[in-house]
Design a protein around this ligand. Structure first.
Ligand code: PHE
Ligand code: FE
Length: 295
């Protein structure tokens, strides 16, 4: 992560590389698409035990907080007992939505990341965080990537959206629009909230894999909760080393798909002429949705 909370010129994940000066995983065995073998047999009993503890903590937090499809898919995945085998998950996932998991050593270049998504492949980091990183990790690890992201890939509309996002990323690279598209990813795929009849629910992976933000994002009166609006999000800076100051709320995954379908070329042109908004902005006419007050 960058040490500057206002920096969001790149995906926060990519910023990690320049800060640490080195990549954490072992890239020496990766192919041209940065894919490696998972080598599931190589995980130690201690690593499986750490996974179980991470899983248990999050699984306890999500009822009534994560969206239904996340909860149902997670249960069906049946990965509470240890680090999952990506090939087994791919068997089920491919049948459901035509997506596959690919193992990667860690962060991959933007172009590679987008190419995977555009081809319905989701890259999952092979290494698990260490004990001292139980509560907080600065770059995505196996637990974040798998627990946070994989369950939603079983939803057909979300799965289609993520593929379109990948294609949009390849396009944004050519149009110099990556900074804007990265904000969209951040405020949706990583930190998005969704409306439900029972109240607000979480679908963002960055929240769902976090011990503290699951509760905070729904119940705290501090952050803003603003209805989803694509261009507004693409103008908005984000924090990478604190809880979010604003969450954007979609009505349903159809809205996410439909509202991101237009050609972003004119959006990028407009955005380049504007100053970005601070992470805690609330615009005139914007509703700040109330927290869920759970009993
Ligand atoms: N519609 C966007 C474009 O034309 C692509 C995109 C789709 C981006 C879905 C994000 C999510 O660039
Ligand atoms: Fe992520």
């Amino acid at each position: 992560m960058s040490t500057n909370p206002n920096t969001d010129d790149f995906f926060a994940t990519v910023a990690t590389k320049s800060d640490s000066g080195a990549l954490r995983g072992d890239y020496s065995q990766a192919d041209a698409n940065y894919v490696v073998a998972q080598n599931w047999e190589g995980y130690t009993p201690a690593q499986h035990a750490l996974w179980r503890r991470l899983y248990e903590r999050q699984a306890r937090l999500i009822p009534g907080r994560a969206c239904d499809v996340f909860i149902e898919s997670l249960k069906a995945l049946d990965v509470s007992q240890g680090i999952p085998r990506f090939d087994r998950t791919t068997d089920a996932l491919y049948k459901a939505t035509g997506w596959q998991l690919v193992a990667v050593p860690g962060l991959v270049p933007d172009q590679t990341f987008f190419e995977h998504l555009a081809n319905r492949r989701f890259p999952v980091t092979v290494w698990l965080r260490e004990e001292h990183e139980f509560d907080y990790i600065v770059e995505p690890d196996l637990f974040h990537d798998f627990f946070g992201h994989v369950p939603l890939l079983f939803n057909p509309v979300f799965a289609n959206h993520l593929q379109e996002y990948g294609k949009g990323g390849l396009k944004a690279l050519k149009l110099d629009g990556l900074a804007y598209l990265a904000r969209l990813y951040w405020y949706t795929i990583e930190f998005g909230l969704i409306q439900s009849e029972a109240g607000l629910r979480i679908y963002g992976a960055g929240i769902l894999s976090s011990g503290g933000e699951v509760e905070y994002c729904l119940s705290s009166d501090k952050p803003r909760r603003v209805p989803f609006q694509v261009e507004r999000i693409m103008r908005t800076l984000y924090k990478i080393d604190t809880y979010q100051e604003t969450y954007f709320v979609i009505r349903d995954f159809e809205q996410l798909f439909n509202d991101t379908a237009p050609d972003f070329t004119p959006f990028y042109e407009r955005l380049k002429q504007q100053e970005p908004l601070p992470a805690n902005a609330l615009l005139a006419g914007e509703t700040n949705l109330a927290a869920n007050h759970l009993v």
